[in-house]
Write a protein that binds this ligand. Structure first.
Ligand SMILES: Cc1cc2nc3c(=O)[nH]c(=O)nc-3n(C[C@H](O)[C@H](O)[C@H](O)COP(=O)(O)OP(=O)(O)OC[C@H]3O[C@@H](n4cnc5c(N)ncnc54)[C@H](O)[C@@H]3O)c2cc1C
Length: 430
């Protein structure tokens, strides 16, 4: 979205046509997903409508399935091709920008495909919020202690941004929601963070990462370092330290891997499946092919050691997009290209309402100041003035009124009620 946005601003009228192929008609601002899960921001405001923002581009709602760069052709499935049963359409191009991001990196853990929940999309974030509140409702209503225990046990795998922030925000929300239940107390719930290495939140540095662990443990969150999830078959989370937790909630945020469409192209990949990129954001050895973001192995020119790649995060992705667009325009005009270079500024993470941790430009902050910095930073980063205003308005209203604790899980099955009334089978839920 950022590349297309800069292109539409910089290109002269008639100089080029920009086609954006995207599975969703919106861009998701992923760093706000944990707050969306906690109910602090409504789902519509963590996404940006592409048709409105990219009003000079042609938007194709579809998915690139393969790319034949030698022939300058992308094979794309759209809603229409599915409806018509025609398979796919071919889109030809002169310049290719391939930036499909990453997908969850899963491991062959028994039961994960059946019971695991991801946390990369707005649908998953809202689904998880509804699911957590639903578990509290189940626990409140059941007379079976085993069902209650499993419902109130929440396991998060992966101690990066996504896992820690999602757990921090949801635990905070559930703790608050518990005051409206006559028989569910915060201490009845078990929140477990499983991390395979010896640290969490590497982005905020070692000292702040240790603070985050202390803060989570102070809230009775069971942080298990150097531990892996071995299985979650039959709804029992089995950890590598031998412990077993019957649970209905296993959230998988154990890292990302490059999008599989990269392998369905004739472009060069590095050993870890990212597109081999140059510092000018071109694809190595390929003419008229460009890349950025999580999908691209861009050399980090600011790194102390040579040969390092830019980490997959929003900070690089957004800045690379701007340089990429400038370079595309420069190449069309026969002007010199420039290198992408950005020194990592550090990071901010929220651990729930009024709690956070930050390490930015050498300054370390924790607690309320870090949380405030987290909000200010992301508010300045979320695209468009419209979204900034709406998010700010929501935060202000949430400060004046109480938190939203409603679960609208039935939104996920809007026809269920009618199907039942019409005599059909209700949809099966897991
Ligand atoms: C919960 C969460 C919290 C995060 N918090 C932070 C944070 O605080 N700070 C930070 O720096 N980073 C954070 N990140 C990471 C950051 O969001 C990513 O690094 C960043 O979004 C990468 O940008 P991208 O453009 O490469 O990929 P994406 O933002 O994933 O965009 C790729 C787009 O390509 C589309 N696409 C995929 N496949 C195809 C296809 N075949 N055809 C057409 N389109 C396709 C996708 O639908 C998507 O819209 C977080 C990530 C998550 C999940």
């Amino acid at each position: 979205m950022y590349t297309a946005l800069h292109l539409q601003r910089k290109l002269r009228s008639g100089e080029a046509e920009v086609i954006v192929v995207t599975p969703d008609p919106y861009m998701t601002y992923q760093p706000f997903l944990p707050e969306a899960a906690a109910g602090s921001i409504s789902p519509r405001h963590v996404v940006v409508p592409l048709r409105r923002v990219l009003d000079k581009c042609k938007i194709v709602i579809g998915e690139a399935k393969s790319i034949d760069h030698a022939k300058r052709t992308a094979t794309v499935t759209t809603l229409a091709t599915e409806e018509e049963g025609t398979g796919a359409v071919e889109i030809t191009y002169d310049e290719l920008v391939l930036a499909p991001g990453s997908v969850s990196r899963t491991l062959p853990v028994p039961g994960l495909a059946d019971y695991g929940i991801g946390f990369k999309t707005v649908e998953e974030a809202i689904g998880l919020r509804n699911h957590v509140i639903e578990q509290m409702d189940i626990a409140s209503a059941t007379r079976d202690p085993a069902v209650r225990d499993a419902a109130l046990t929440f396991v998060f795998v992966g101690g990066g941004y996504a896992g820690v922030e999602a757990l921090g925000e949801l635990e905070d929300m559930a703790r608050y929601a518990a005051r409206y239940y006559h028989n569910v107390k915060p201490e009845d719930m078990k929140w477990i963070l499983v991390e395979a290495t010896g640290r969490i939140l590497p982005e905020v540095g070692e000292e702040m990462g240790k603070y985050a662990i202390r803060e989570l443990r102070r809230r009775n969150i069971d942080v298990r370092l150097d531990t892996r999830l071995d299985s979650c078959a039959d709804r029992v989370a089995v950890l590598s330290d031998g412990s077993r937790f019957p649970t209905r909630t296993v959230v998988w945020t154990a890292g990302v891997k490059p999008h599989p469409v990269l392998a369905a192209s004739d472009l060069p990949l590095n050993g870890r499946g990212r597109l081999a990129a140059t510092a000018r954001l071109t694809v190595e050895g390929a003419e008229h092919a460009w890349t950025a973001g999580d999908a691209a192995a861009v050399p980090d020119l600011s790194a102390a050691q040579k040969g390092q790649e830019c980490a997959p995060n929003a900070q690089h992705a957004v800045r690379q997009a701007k340089v990429l667009a400038e370079n595309v325009v420069a190449s069309l005009r026969g002007e010199p290209l420039k290198n992408y270079e950005h020194k990592y500024a550090g990071s901010v993470a929220s651990l729930g309402l009024h709690k956070g941790v930050a390490h930015v430009y050498g300054r370390k902050l924790k607690g309320y100041p870090a949380w405030l910095m987290h909000r200010t930073y992301h508010l300045s980063r979320v695209p468009t003035f419209n979204r900034k205003a709406r998010v700010l308005a929501e935060w202000t209203l949430a400060g004046l009124f109480k938190r939203e604790i409603v679960s609208l899980g039935s939104l996920e099955h809007p026809r269920a009620e009618f199907e039942l009334a019409a005599g059909g089978e209700p949809p099966k839920t897991k």
